[in-house]
Design a protein around this ligand. Structure first.
Ligand code: ADP
Ligand code: MG
Length: 319
């Protein structure tokens, strides 16, 4: 359904001197596959390149970004598609749910009109048929149909995120990309929205690429998990298995357990900061922070090594 082949995203930013640019390699050679109806989770610290991947998938990156590799959606390369075809693919083949629903909605338009917009633009419905579809969509995401007449400020954060999900579903896409869809919500509402997403993708057979810094959120919804570090995948495997890469293990251990004072006061996080993409360490980019690094890790750049149903980029995996 979705195939990323050696995807790279490099931002060109002004280096300060007139006419000269510096390069920020945000995504470096990511290859991933997503089967029809599958839910894949993409995890990693802030700055690891997750959103750059999400935006690259539908060519929503700013002009300063140089994209390489291929993004095959049902076999068709999104990166080289003609503009008209790309417009048709957005919303109707694949749609995105962003983190801050506040910023995704127009504050001066009723939400019913905003949900109807992709339907009208894609000529799937108009007039009373579009209104009926909007009501159906609102009910699917657990909002009463009369909410179509509300403005964004009349809804809570969780309700607004439900509206964003209704918009993403409007044109019945095969793929939904959700970038931190619940990060801005409190934990109770987060759980409700996750349950909703889980139900909707199961009911409609939609493929989901769900992005989060929170592994527990991803493990809850996804079949497989992919972990990124400094623009690369360091591990890909089934969501119910054990992580093998020391970075994924540290990421998984970084969340304190509620009610357990030991873990709450001293979460087993990771010391240090993720590397600056402009000054990546040599060898394995994770070695300066790795608790189990060997001498060779400073010089050996390890690619993903497959063992069984899991792939990890670490010399220790498979030993
Ligand atoms: P994540 O979503 O995992 O937090 P992002 O994809 O947003 O990561 O960012 C990856 C890297 O790319 C970061 O180092 C970030 O600073 C850089 N970056 C993101 N957007 C831009 C941009 N428009 N211009 C320059 N650098 C950017
Ligand atoms: Mg992001």
């Amino acid at each position: 359904m979705l195939e990323l082949e050696d995807l790279s995203v490099t931002y060109r930013i002004s280096s300060g001197r007139a006419g000269s640019f510096a390069e920020v390699p945000a995504v470096r050679g990511v290859s991933l596959e997503l089967a029809a109806g599958e839910a894949l989770g993409l995890a990693g610290e802030s700055g690891s390149g997750k959103s750059s991947i999400a935006l690259a998938l539908l060519r929503l990156l700013p002009r300063s970004a140089v994209v390489g590799g291929r993004v095959l959606l049902d076999g068709e390369d999104v990166l080289t598609m003609k503009w008209g075809r790309l417009r048709a693919v957005r919303w109707s083949s694949a749609s995105i749910v962003f983190q801050g629903a506040q910023h995704g909605l127009n504050p001066v338009r009723r939400i019913g009109d905003q949900i109807a917009e992709p339907l009208v633009v894609h000529k799937l419905a108009s007039g009373p048929a579009a209104e009926a579809r909007v009501k159906e969509l609102l009910e699917q995401v657990g909002l009463p149909a009369w909410r179509a007449r509300s403005y964004p400020h009349e809804l809570s954060g969780g309700q607004r995120q439900r509206v964003m999900i209704a918009m993403a579903l409007a044109c019945a896409p095969q793929l939904i990309i959700a970038d931190e869809p619940t990060t801005a919500l409190d934990l109770m509402v987060q759980a409700q929205v996750l349950t909703l997403i889980r139900q909707l993708i199961a009911d409609h057979g939609i493929s989901l690429l769900m992005i989060s810094h929170d592994l527990s959120v991803l493990a809850d919804v996804c079949d497989r998990l992919a972990v990124m570090y400094a623009g690369r995948l360091v591990e890909v495997g089934p969501a119910d298995g054990e992580f093998k890469h020391p970075y994924s293990q540290a990421l998984a251990a970084a969340f304190p357990t509620v009610g357990d004072p030991v873990s709450r006061l001293a979460p087993r996080g990771l010391a240090g900061d993720p590397p600056d993409p402009q000054q990546l360490p040599g060898g394995c980019t994770f070695h300066p922070r790795c608790p189990v690094a060997l001498e060779t890790c400073a010089s050996t750049d390890v690619q993903l090594l497959v063992s069984g149903d899991r792939a990890a980029a670490c010399v220790l995996v498979g030993e």
